[in-house]
Design a binder for this molecule. Sequence first.
Ligand SMILES: [Cu+2]
Length: 155
Amino acid sequence: MKKITFIAVVILAAVSCTPQENPSLNEGIVVSDAWLRPPLPGKVSAGYFNITNHGDKADKLVAAESPIAGSIELHTVAMADGVMKMRRVDAVDLAPGETVSFKPGGLHLMLFDVELAADRNDARVTLIFENAEPVTVLAALTNTPARKTDDHTNH
Ligand SMILES: [Cu+2]
C-alpha cells in the first residue's frame, strides 16, 4: 500500500512539471508596434498597432481593455456630412493572412477616463478576439512612434 502511494506522488509531481503550451502562439494572432497618445485633458487617449492574422481562420477584434483606462471603444474615422468624423464600431474583421493597421486618421482604440502616473511612458493594453485568446501588449506613450504603422500594410 505504501508503495502505491509513493508511485502516485511521483506521477503527480511529473504531471505538474509538464511545460504549458506556449501562449504567445495564440492561434496565429500577432500584435506589433503598439503605441498610445499621451492622454489629453479630459483623460482621453487613442491607441494604435498592427494586428496580423497568421492563422487560417477569420477572426475579429471585439474589445480592448487596459488598467489605465475606465473604458475603451473601437473607433474608425469616416466621412459624414462632408466632415471626417469618428464612429464607434462593434468589431474589426481580421481575415486570414492579412494585417490590419490601426493608425491616425483611421481605425483606433479610444481610451476614456485614463488615469496614468506622470512618470509612466508605457501601458498594458489587452486586445480581445472573437476566437483567439486575448493578447496583451505593452504600448509606448508617444506622439512620435518610432516605426510608422504604414510600413506594414500591403497597400
Ligand atoms: Cu475615437
